[in-house]
Design a protein around this ligand. Structure first.
Ligand SMILES: [Zn+2]
Length: 81
């Protein structure tokens, strides 16, 4: 399994036309839970996905998409760089 594939879309994506991994995940999430789109939950989710995507782009593989997991992975990557 490689996290550095250039294709942006997640494996479950039906359209495969998203420019970024985050965009793909967001579209998936919107389909699953459209009522979250205007809430703080959605905004936090967006922010976390953006962070996650940027981490993955730098070759970092966080243990999950939660902000604290991303932060921990980024810190580790910086420490070992
Ligand atoms: Zn997609």
């Amino acid at each position: 399994m490689s996290a550095r594939k250039s294709k942006a879309c997640t494996s479950g994506c039906r359209t495969k036309d998203h420019k970024t991994w985050g965009e793909c995940m967001r579209s998936k999430n919107l389909r699953v839970a459209p009522n979250l789109s205007e809430t703080n939950v959605q905004r936090a989710w967006d922010k976390e996905l953006d962070s996650y995507e940027s981490a993955v782009r730098q070759g970092v593989q966080p243990s999950g998409t939660k902000q604290h997991q991303i932060d921990a992975a980024m810190k580790e990557a910086e420490a070992s760089a």
